[in-house]
Every structure is written in C-alpha cells, then in structure tokens.
Design a protein around this ligand. Structure first.
Ligand SMILES: Nc1nc2c(c(=O)[nH]1)N[C@H]1C(S)=C(S)[C@@H](COP(=O)(O)O)O[C@H]1N2
Ligand SMILES: [Mo]
Length: 329
C-alpha cells in the first residue's frame, strides 16, 4: 500500500519517536504546554486516587466527567505507572485525521462529538438509535486502568472511564443467532478530513466474537483520566479490548451491530496477511515485518517483553481453547 500509508508501520521505524518527543520538548520549552495543571489536578482529584506520575501540563479541551466514578482499585486494574495524559492525548493512531502520531491531536478538533447518535441493530430483540449521552446515562461509569499494546510494538497504561460492553448488549437482548458484534466509526469527510484520501477503506470497522464482547474486560470508553474522551482518542465512544492489539479499539463509534457472520475489519481488508480478525497480543507470533516479542512503553527507554494476551491471559485465555493461535491471528 503506497497510495495508502505503510500498513501500521512501527512508529519507531518510520517517524522515530525520539524526533517526536524532541519536537514536543521544544514546544514545552516554548511554553506552549503551560498553564493547565490546575484543571488536570481537578480532574484527577475527582477520582480520589493517588497519582503515580507527576502532573503533565498539556490538556486538550475536554470537560470533566461529573458522574461519580467508583474509586476502589478494581480486579482488572494494573498498578503500573500510568502513561502521562499528555502522551496519551498527543501520540495517537486515528487515520481519519492523518497518520503521523501527532496528527490526531492537531486536527481532530473538526470532529463534533455532540450531539452524537449511536445505532444498535442486527440480531437483537431491542434495536435502538440513541444519543450517546442517554446511552451513557444507563450505566455507572467505572475507571479501568489497562495496558494498551499497539501492533506497532509500543504500549501505554491508560486510566479509561467507561462501562462494560456486556451491560449494553444485555440491555438490547441479543437473539440466539447473534455470534459477533460489528462496530463502525463515523463516515463524514467534513468532520474527518482524512477520509477524503483512500488511506483505508472508510468507514473504519472492527468486530468481536460475542463471547469476547461479553467478557468483563471489554469496555466501551467515554473518557480517560477522569475527563471526557478527547477527540483524538475517539470521542465520544470507543472500544477497549486490552488483550488485543490496539487497532481493535475502534474510535468514534456510530453503529454497533450484532451479526451471524464474522464481520470484515478494516485492517484485515487492507492487509490480510498482516492483520487478522482475532488480533490477540501474542509475543510468539511475529508480524510479517517485525517481531512482537517485546515492546516499548511510551516514556521508557528500555524495551520490555510483551506478555501473552497482553498480560490478561487469566481473564481471556479460556476463550480460545482448542484454537490454533498461530493460525487464528
Ligand atoms: N476509527 C479508528 N479507530 C482506531 C484507529 C483508527 O485509525 N481509526 N486506530 C487504531 C489503532 S492502530 C490504535 S493503536 C488505537 C490507538 O488509540 P489511542 O490513539 O487512543 O491510543 O486506536 C485504534 N482505533
Ligand atoms: Mo495500533
């Protein structure tokens, strides 16, 4: 794919991350990131949790989430240091806004996440079209601190806010024919200028098997770090399945369809030899163009070994018993 970007290039190979970080350092020194620490502190304070990292200064224009959030450390939370807010919100993959890591932070302001309607249809007894704010009000938001491992071999630790996808699916009552869940991102080149170019087959789509979708780890996120999702992270609603490569985490969702057949997914369509439907993090199966044995946690210098299922084997390995995980990638 040359008229398209190289299929998910390892960022470390293409845009050396160091260059990116240096650029950011320059901006910092110029004072462009100063002045919003108090707002962040407020947001973090809301959660009533001690921070493991110093406050960062850069805050996109995303409001505090007023709804109270459960404060105890949950059973799935990692206590590893959280990737600073600034990195989580300026080092992104969101090709609808370009394919440099800082393009989404620079250009995603054209996305209008409010009002936003979500269609839930297909093999369900109670299909509906609902505004995302109403949809969110059906559930109490939880904070989940998850590792995220991109297929490009970098990773982060992100405190998401959201609710289990299972809770939503139960509410719409899947029929006995439902086997998969298909997700679709907004298609609107006005709001998502990258869609004017054929980088990918728009709109971005993703999917899960129904039992993966029902797993308690699987989250629909509406925020991070106690704030609403910044546009560049997939406002107003995105998927988080932390044992899978990051590209499964489809952003800015407008449709959730229960299906009988395995849905086609954007990256699989784009490069079927490189990206499969399952995309479980698996250090023993290299990507055709690079190893998946280790990863670089954003902010770290040394690489670290990648864990099977991204460290969530205890929660999800049973979903794949009997499957050849080398074949079903
Ligand atoms: N619609 C859409 N969703 C997407 C992508 C994208 O390009 N478009 N990129 C994916 C990839 S490759 C990754 S690693 C994660 C990145 O999420 P983050 O930018 O919030 O860290 O989003 C995923 N979801
Ligand atoms: Mo990714």
């Amino acid at each position: 794919m040359r008229d398209k970007p190289p299929a998910e290039p390892p960022s470390s190979e293409v845009t050396p991350e160091k260059t990116y970080l240096r650029r950011r350092e320059l901006l910092k020194n110029a004072g462009l990131f100063a002045g919003t620490a108090v707002a962040v502190a407020g947001g973090l304070h809301l959660l009533g949790r001690k921070q493991t990292r110093p406050m960062e200064r850069f805050v996109p224009d995303a409001g505090l989430v007023e709804q109270p959030v459960a404060q105890a450390m949950g059973p799935f939370d990692t206590d590893e240091p959280r990737t600073p807010y600034e990195d989580v919100t300026t080092y992104n993959n969101f090709y609808e806004f370009g394919f440099d890591k800082n393009d989404p932070a620079r250009f995603a302001h054209t996305l209008k996440p409010k009002p936003w309607s979500v269609v839930i249809d297909g093999e369900v007894h109670k299909p509906r079209t609902v505004d995302v704010e109403q949809l969110t009000s059906w559930f109490s938001l939880e904070e989940r601190v998850y590792r995220m491992r991109c297929v490009e071999a970098w990773s982060m630790v992100i405190p998401w806010l959201g609710f289990p996808l299972a809770a939503l699916l139960q509410r719409v009552e899947p029929t006995s024919h439902a086997k998969y869940v298909a997700f679709t991102t907004l298609l609107d080149p006005e709001q998502m200028p990258g869609q004017r170019r054929a980088l990918l087959d728009w709109p971005y789509t993703e999917g899960l098997r129904l039992d993966e979708a029902m797993n308690p780890l699987t989250l629909l996120a509406t925020g991070l770090y106690g704030r609403q999702l910044p546009n560049q992270n997939g406002a107003p609603l995105r998927l988080v399945a932390p044992w899978k490569y990051g590209f499964k985490g489809i952003k800015s969702i407008v449709r959730i369809s229960l299906t009988r057949e395995e849905p086609m997914t954007t990256w699989r369509l784009s490069a079927p030899r490189e990206y499969g439907f399952y995309a479980n993090v698996n250090p023993s199966v290299p990507h055709p163009r690079w190893s998946q044995a280790s990863e670089r946690r954003i902010g770290d210098f040394e690489r670290r070994p990648t864990l099977p299922f991204n460290g969530y084997a205890e929660q999800v390995a049973h979903l794949y018993t009997g499957m050849d995980l080398r074949r079903f990638y």
